[in-house]
Write a protein of this length. Structure first.
Length: 157
């Protein structure tokens, strides 16, 4: 079982940027925590961060046939990128969207996510802990998919 975590623009600045909104944790620390939980659950996990829209789309496309699930924080592209939405939509694997801040109580332009409607669900407003919640949610979704597939296989026999 493999999960890929994709981080959008400026998230490499976590721990430095607007700590009152995004907290003090660095991206590497968030990833280290996720890696621990993934290991405990026998899941392989990969991390990717980019400030470029096209690189995020390339990484999403690489997940096809390779990853079982994705956690993505598209950051500012959440509110603007039809291209990232289309890339998520083209994949037939569960995707969980994360936002560190509660985008629904911020500026109006942040209150719309173009990407959330093509994701399994969205977690917004729980700080860096949201990534942990996303991982738990995604593992649950993947376990359900596995159980359904096993049942289908058994019915064939
Ligand atoms: C963010 C929210 C976005 O509006 C913003 O552009 C970000 C981070 C969040 O995690 O809260 O860069 O995605």
């Amino acid at each position: 079982m493999k999960i890929v975590v994709i981080q959008g623009p400026n998230l490499n600045m976590l721990g430095h940027r607007e700590q009152n909104i995004y907290g003090a944790m660095k991206l590497d620390d968030i990833h280290a925590q996720m890696e621990n939980v993934a290991k405990q659950n026998n899941i392989s996990i990969e991390f990717f961060q980019s400030n470029f829209e096209g690189e995020i789309i390339d990484r999403l496309q690489e997940c096809l046939g390779d990853a079982d699930g994705i956690i993505i924080n598209p950051a500012a592209y959440t509110h603007t990128s039809v291209a990232i939405r289309d890339a998520i939509s083209a994949l037939n694997i569960p995707v969980v969207e994360v936002h560190i801040s509660n985008i629904y109580r911020r500026e109006e332009f942040r209150q719309k996510s173009l990407t959330a409607p093509v994701c399994s669900g969205q977690i917004s407003g729980f700080g860096p802990f949201g990534y942990h919640l996303a991982l738990i949610a995604l593992m649950q979704i993947l376990a359900e998919i596995e159980a359904i597939n096993k049942r289908k296989e058994a019915e064939k026999k």
